[in-house]
Write a protein that binds this ligand. Structure first.
Ligand SMILES: *Cc1c(COP(=O)(O)O)cnc(C)c1O
Length: 291
C-alpha cells in the first residue's frame, strides 16, 4: 500500500510504499476535501505508478477483470470534536476484481422510490465522500427487499433521474423532438462526475452518429417514452462495472421493462468494447498511462 501522511504543522510527508496492513484510526476520523492543500496530482500519479509496478503480478490478464486502484483520504485527528482535522492520511490500496454485478448479462433491476434522496443541492453528492455512501445503504436494502439489485436515485418534485446505485446513468432514446439521443443528467452538484461518464460522452460525441446531451431526465419523460416505444436502451456507468444495461425499473407499483437492442446493435456493448480496447492498449489513446 501507498501511504502519504499530512499534518497541519508539517504539511505533506514523503510518500511511502509498504506491505499492506491495517490502519489504526480514531473513531472521529472524518473525510475532508476542501480543508487541505491537495497533494500534487502528477506526483500522486507517479506514486500510484510505482505501487502498481511493485504489485504488477496481481494485474489480471483478462477483459472481464482488472486491478482496482482505491485511493482514500481520511482525517486522523486524535480528538472527538467536529472540526477541521489537523492530521490526515492519503493512502492507496489495490486488488484484482472480476465483474461487479453477477447478472450483468441480463441487466440490472432498479428500485425507484422518491422518498429517498442520495444527494442534494449544496451537499457533497458530487464528491466521492464516505458520508454519501453510509446513508445510501438503507435504500439499497429496501431495493433488495423488493427483489431489485440497486436503487434508482430520483430528485425533486418532478422525480428527476439522477444515478443508479453508485453509477451514472445514460438513456439512449428518441427524444421529445424525434431526435436520436444519448442523454445523461448534467453535473449540477448532485451528480458524481464519474470518469466513465466523461469517457462515454467524449467517445460517443466523437462518433457524431447521434445527439449526445447532458440534460435533465424525469420519470414521466421516461414513462411516456416507454409507452411510445422511443426508448432504445438505458445503462449505468462506473469504473467497477464499466457499463451495465438496465432491464427493469420498479416505480410507483409498476415494473417498467426497459428494452434492449439485439446483441450486435447494442450501444452498451459497443461502448464497452471500445473502452476495453483502449484499456488493453488495442486502440491507441492518450487516455492510457504506461506503468
Ligand atoms: C463512483 C461513482 C460513480 C462512477 O464514477 P466512475 O469515476 O466512473 O467510477 C457514479 N456515481 C456514484 C454515486 C459513484 O460513487
Amino acid at each position: 500500500m501507498l501511504t502519504i501522511e499530512w499534518s497541519a504543522s508539517e504539511g505533506w510527508q514523503a510518500p511511502l510504499i509498504k506491505p499492506f496492513g491495517n490502519l489504526s484510526l480514531h473513531p472521529a476520523c472524518s473525510s475532508l476535501h476542501y480543508a487541505i492543500q491537495a497533494f500534487d496530482q502528477s506526483e500522486f500519479l507517479e506514486c500510484i505508478r510505482r505501487l502498481v509496478k511493485i504489485d504488477q503480478d496481481w494485474v489480471p490478464h483478462s477483459d472481464s477483470a482488472s486491478l482496482y486502484i482505491r485511493p482514500t483520504f481520511l482525517g486522523t485527528e486524535q480528538s472527538l470534536g467536529v472540526k477541521k482535522a489537523a492530521n490526515a492520511l492519503l493512502y492507496v490500496i489495490l486488488c484484482p476484481v472480476g465483474s461487479y454485478f453477477n447478472s450483468q448479462t441480463d441487466g440490472l433491476s432498479l428500485w425507484a422510490d422518491p422518498k429517498y434522496t442520495r444527494a442534494w443541492k449544496g451537499g457533497t453528492g458530487n464528491y466521492k465522500m464516505g458520508g454519501n455512501y453510509g446513508c445510501s445503504l438503507f435504500a439499497q436494502y429496501e431495493a433488495e427487499d423488493h427483489g431489485c439489485q440497486q436503487v434508482l436515485w430520483l430528485y425533486g418534485e418532478d422525480h428527476q433521474i439522477t444515478e443508479a446505485g453508485t453509477m451514472n446513468i445514460f438513456l439512449h432514446w428518441i427524444n421529445e423532438d424525434g431526435e436520436e439521443e444519448l442523454a445523461t443528467p448534467p453535473l449540477d452538484g448532485i451528480i458524481l462526475p464519474g470518469v466513465t461518464r466523461q469517457s462515454i460522452l467524449e467517445l460517443t460525441g466523437k462518433w457524431g452518429e447521434f445527439k449526445v446531451t447532458e440534460r435533465y431526465l424525469t420519470m414521466s419523460q421516461l414513462c411516456s417514452a416507454l409507452q411510445q416505444l422511443r426508448v432504445k436502451e438505458a445503462f449505468g456507468s462506473g469504473t467497477a462495472c464499466m457499463i451495465c444495461p438496465i432491464r427493469h425499473i420498479v416505480y410507483q407499483g409498476e415494473n417498467l421493462h426497459i428494452p434492449c437492442q439485439d446483441k450486435d446493435s447494442q450501444l452498451s456493448s459497443r461502448i464497452a468494447k471500445e473502452l476495453t480496447d483502449i484499456q488493453h492498449g488495442r486502440t491507441p489513446s492518450d487516455w492510457t498511462f504506461l506503468v
